[in-house]
Design a protein around this ligand. Sequence first.
Ligand SMILES: [Zn+2]
Length: 607
Amino acid sequence: MKTALRPFRILPPLLLCLAAAGCGDPRPTAEQARQFVEELSRDFRALDDEAAAAGWVQATYITPDTQLLNARTYERYLERLSRAVKDARRFDGVKLDPATERALKLLRLGVSAPAPDDPAKRAELAEISARLEAMYGEGRYCETLGDEQVCHNIDDVTEVMAKSRDPDELLQAWTGWHTIGRPMREDYVRFVELANEGARELGYEDLGVMWRSGYDMPVDEFVQEVERLWGQVKPLYDELHCYARDRLAEKYGADLVPAGQPVPAHLFGNIWAQQWNNIYEDILKPYPRAPQAPPLDRELVRQKYDAARMTKLAESFYTSLGMSPLPDSFWERSMLTRPRDREVVCHASAWHMDGKEGVRLKQCILPNEEELGTIYHELGHLYYDLAYKDQPYFFQGGAHDGFHEAIGDTVLLSVTPGYLADVGLGSRVRPSRETTINQQMKMAADKIAFLPFGLLVDQWRWKVFSGEVTPAHYNQAWWDLRRRYQGVAPPNERTEQDFDPGAKYHIPGNTPYMRYFLAHILQFQMHEALCRAAGHEGPLHTCSIYGSEEAGKKLQAMLALGSSKPWPDALEALTGTREMDARPLVEYFAPLRAWLETQNAGKTCGW
Ligand SMILES: [Zn+2]
């Protein structure tokens, strides 16, 4: 930048005044901004390569050394980021070309909790963030059995919630896990203050406004937008809730699950009641005796599927759409199974190492249905990465954060019983009304049940960041939202000593959550468009785009844009429309909706 200014400096003051627009106002130019972005792109590309390598080796080989190296690299990255954000401010108010303006905006939004300028506060924020994350990671509750202390972590809790049907045992696990939020409360209050200060220094009213500004529309409109989408799906959720409450009342009694009231949050098979699939088989399944394809878990084992073969199977779905096979380096450098000789982070994740072809999967794959689904999901991220690898640095991302999460799930909607039979993993069970309703209930317990939770996590944070909800009402506000949207209630009395939001990773981990709500809506919208491209006829839920290059072309056209254009452009490239729309989701579940309405007739629904 300095070099670019030099020619002006040697000019006499009078000429300088004539040459520059506005005397005495050394405003940088649009061209300088463009060069600034180019320079940043080079810097960040190099930093990213290093951060990815350090992050990868830490996650696949946990030792104090790799943790140190990764932390150092990440610190350097954050330091460079905040310097870049600060430097970029000199272009505030300068009329820029659209690409440069967009790149600078994406730069500002690149961190989910911006630190204040003040070095002491910056360090404090980093410290608090790390502590909150650690409190969650190390979270456990202990009970005394005889003279022994037995402690339970999230894995134990998850297992109990999924498998136990003893309400006392469930209540104990639920209550125990929620104690981990308490010690986070004070730190979270300070976290909000500091992150808000950082956001204000970037020109946003508060951190919630900053998060909402990542959606190419005025922030208030975005609030309306998610409410509109929720309004589209709420009638369907209400029917599902009504049916589930009835079944739970049958199982646990009307004392515990009273009609017309919110359902206690510990009975859904999930610690946050955010997905209900764990109670599908024994509580929600509409027709327990209907014929069904052999369980996928059993087939995978019987046919001796290992991790590589399962990954190949998922890849073959994407290549059937005309996409390239994954590069050799993927197979050489991914971690597909849990190594026997070292500690690793097994939580599945997709990695883009170098902004080019260097994509990797990190997962501890076991031969079961859930793991197979996760591979399809993660490959969605990787094929997105590959599709936009030729975009400039700042445009290598999803059209908005919901898009990235939606791709693999969109593909999974095509993993139908018919597709599984095609690839030899199922037998052709003639679809009947009963098998269809069962199949739809299984999906609804996962995807429809999730919607209100996906919506409310950030509704709560938006209120917290704006100050509408003060620390004295953190927990009350959390439960107000859960009652209002999910129709669930805490199973015992909660107070402001508790900090129940802290029992969900994304709060202490400070990961924005609205993306998951949006992804759940978008995947059905994308699926419908792809099915249209594939020439599918018949109800939406019977469509699989497997083998359709026409659908693949449509998908690729959207993926290749990355984040170079506002998301409506990307959505339009695939669906022909510029608006998010939950109608395809509602249509997909039309058979279940009709069935639920019959089941619920005459019952008191709602809460
Ligand atoms: Zn994902």
